[in-house]
Design a protein around this ligand. Sequence first.
Ligand SMILES: [Ca+2]
Ligand SMILES: [Ca+2]
Ligand SMILES: [Ca+2]
Ligand SMILES: [Ca+2]
Length: 683
Amino acid sequence: MSFLSTVRRRPLTRTALTWGAVCALLLAPMTQADAEVPGQTETANPQQGPLDDHHGDASGPVPEVLPEGTPAEVAELVEAAASGPDAVAEVPTRRLIVTLDDGTADAEIPVIAEELGAVSVEDLGSGFVAVEVEEPLSATEAEVALDSGPDVAADVEADLPILPEMVPNDPYLGSEWGLSTSVGISPYSAWDLTNGSGVVVAVVDTGVDISHADLNPNVWTNTDEVAGNGVDDDHNGYVDDRHGWDFYSNDSVVFDSASSDAHGTHVAGTIAAYGNEGHGVVGVAYRAQIMPLKFIQGVGYTSNAVRAINYAVANGAKVINASWGGSGYSSSLLTAIQNAGNQGVLFVAAAGNNGVNTDASPYYPAAYPASNVISVAAMTNIGTRASFSNYGASSVDLAAPGQTVLSTVPGGFAYYSGTSMAAPHVSGVVALVRAFRPSWSVSQVKDAILAGVTPNSAFAGITATGGMLNASRPLRWLPPYWSGWDIASGISLSSSGDGGYTFDGYGGLHPWHDAPAVTSSRPYWQGWDIVRGGSLESSGSGYTLDAWGGIHPWGGAAKPSNVPYWYGWDIARGMATDPDGPGGWTLDGWGGIHPWGGATKPAGTPYWAAWDIARGIAVNPDGPGGWTLDGWGGIHPWGGAPAPVSGPYWRGWDIARGLAVSSDGRTLYILDGFGGIHFASVS
Ligand SMILES: [Ca+2]
Ligand SMILES: [Ca+2]
Ligand SMILES: [Ca+2]
Ligand SMILES: [Ca+2]
């Protein structure tokens, strides 16, 4: 394997080594672009201030400053505030401020509490009252509720959270272009919500200088292990592994020398250099913990990489950063990575520095087909692919900053380049997501990262996502389903377990409690115009919904990927035109879609030909029999027709109770009449 980075002014000579025997770090060779950046040497002051690592010590952890209310509530209100008061007025919140009517007396204030179902009311004086309600309520909804009773209130506004401007004060932040909003990963709104606290990231690499002032406070500590007593106190198989382990030398000293352990020190700083303490640099997840797992000293062996990965999983890491690789396939390494995934651990790997397409020439571990691997290409500070970076439409997931990246090295700071430097940006964002969404699965975290990329044409077609890492959007991503539907109240709980949504019957979803705002991975409408039946997308373009589940983009809005889609819908004639080819479809109002004029059979949607609308039945276009539709989305096969595989299917439909049992008899479904399907196991 080779390390995936370049040391400025000290090009790493890659020794020819055989895979299976050795690993190499992914430090890219020095490039022309590097040389043009002034004032940067491996240990030189990048911009300002002395580089003495023991100067300007950490001042201790800075408490997270967040107002009351859940992080997601706060996030949503802050986001809405950017769009103006009208948007804020629509956000459900548990904290409201009521402006009293001029004539309202103090004695009448309890009326407000009663009308809003408030759990607390506090007089702010000057005619204002702060109200806390149990069930989130938008200011608009609260006004409606108050209008129905005695005239005591004049106005209601959300109790807007005020956030500290969460820009860490580390003096070299201005030199960390990868963290900028203009060309970098834009972590600032993520930092309003979390800093990665509580998440452990394993740096499987060279050693790490754990005494570096900008890393030391964030170095993982095995609290069950007593250092230096020669005893394996926690019985995990490693003696005195208080701060990780050196699998290369089989000892507990994870930092052996500045020359051998610079790479891992740099990688660690990008992930989690201690931030907002007025010193040095800031890491992406600047309160996450670094677990140093050394297995490379010049070279590294695959067997030791496997042991390090196993250690990371067994000792609580939630993310593993792998800024190394090679072209040799190892089933033992792949198995270790897959096992990590099964234990809930993401594996972030550098795509490699050979400048080749790794779909054709695989580079491992980045190209391993394990579902927990995120493979990372390197991007320059002008948004292009770094010339050394590998790429691949299927083997590389996304790009991240990987050229002239400023981070920690033994004794100071330095600019390095390489996919080695890109991967830790992703590991840092994984740590932020893990901290903010602790209940998410590996695949949800990965989906959130990949769905949240910033599109970048330089990576279109040469990476799976065609985009670059964004640190903030993944935190607001929403897993694509809901459970726990309460049919009486018209609400549903989010699958992540925090909060839920109210459906408006037109496909609009309105989050409340801790449920995240619906963004990139689900259809999302803002400013729904219930009269015109249209809605604006957050980008300004929009969609018309047709009450049959069809979504019709206009104004340049993108074709939704996860929902049935029709274009050119003629609502009067009940027809739609195929956007990608000839013909179109007629919708029958029961979920049936009937192609005409050469349009293809819709994939992933219920489909019937020869629909007999009067009799409520459909004939199977591909074989015997047909189906009866019950008008609630239930499909009942007859005459040998198969159970529909791609559409919703229920057996034993109880039309009166609105319940259905799945075709395998194991799941109970409740349909809410708004397109929501809510399931529970049948024992
Ligand atoms: Ca131990
Ligand atoms: Ca011990
Ligand atoms: Ca050692
Ligand atoms: Ca710092």
